[in-house]
Design a protein around this ligand. Structure first.
Ligand code: HEC
Length: 140
């Protein structure tokens, strides 16, 4: 019985190692950070910022649109966590905060909760600034 379970453990370990080896072929970072910002993050942040100006999403369509915009911001921030892109703790922390904020916006959109939606958007913006402060080149 004992021998059998040891064998089972080794088999599991082998399977785990195979899985780990398989994961080494992880995806490559393709887009530049500039393009991710300009074409993925910014247009969707603009959608949310415009809704914020109007006091939050105003219609069924707004709520839906805000959820998909937030999801793409979250996904964009997720891409910033690719090992080939990460620079330091401000980078990781900023991206994680944006992801958390975007998830909060999505959850609030689902419930059509304006207050939570605003709070989620604020958190998203804090994530942007956390990373930008040290990493985004200043405008000339
Ligand atoms: C993990 C770091 C990081 C996070 C998080 C981040 N950014 Fe950026 N962002 C950058 C860097 C680095 C640049 C400069 C890119 C470049 O031009 O090389 C940049 C540039 C930009 C630009 C200028 C585009 C350009 O490069 O001309 C905009 C707009 C922008 N970010 C929006 C956002 C918004 C909105 C968020 C939050 C939802 C955000 N970013 C979150 C790192 C980040």
């Amino acid at each position: 019985m004992k021998k059998l379970s040891l064998f089972a453990c080794l088999a599991l370990l082998g399977a785990a190692l195979l899985t780990a080896a398989h994961h080494e072929s992880s995806p490559k970072a393709v887009a530049s950070v500039h393009d991710l910002m300009e074409d993925v993050v910014k247009p969707n942040m603009d959608v949310l910022a415009a809704m914020k100006k109007r006091g939050g999403p105003q219609s069924e369509q707004d709520w839906k649109k805000s959820k998909s915009a937030a999801s793409l911001i979250g996904e964009g921030a997720q891409l910033m966590l690719h090992p080939e892109r990460v620079k330091d703790e401000a980078w990781t922390g900023g991206a994680e905060k944006s992801i958390e904020g975007a998830a909060a916006v999505m959850a609030a959109a689902e419930k059509q909760d304006t207050e939570a939606w605003m709070a989620g958007l604020t958190m998203t913006g804090q994530g942007c600034r956390t990373c930008h402060k040290p990493h985004k080149p200043k405008k000339k």
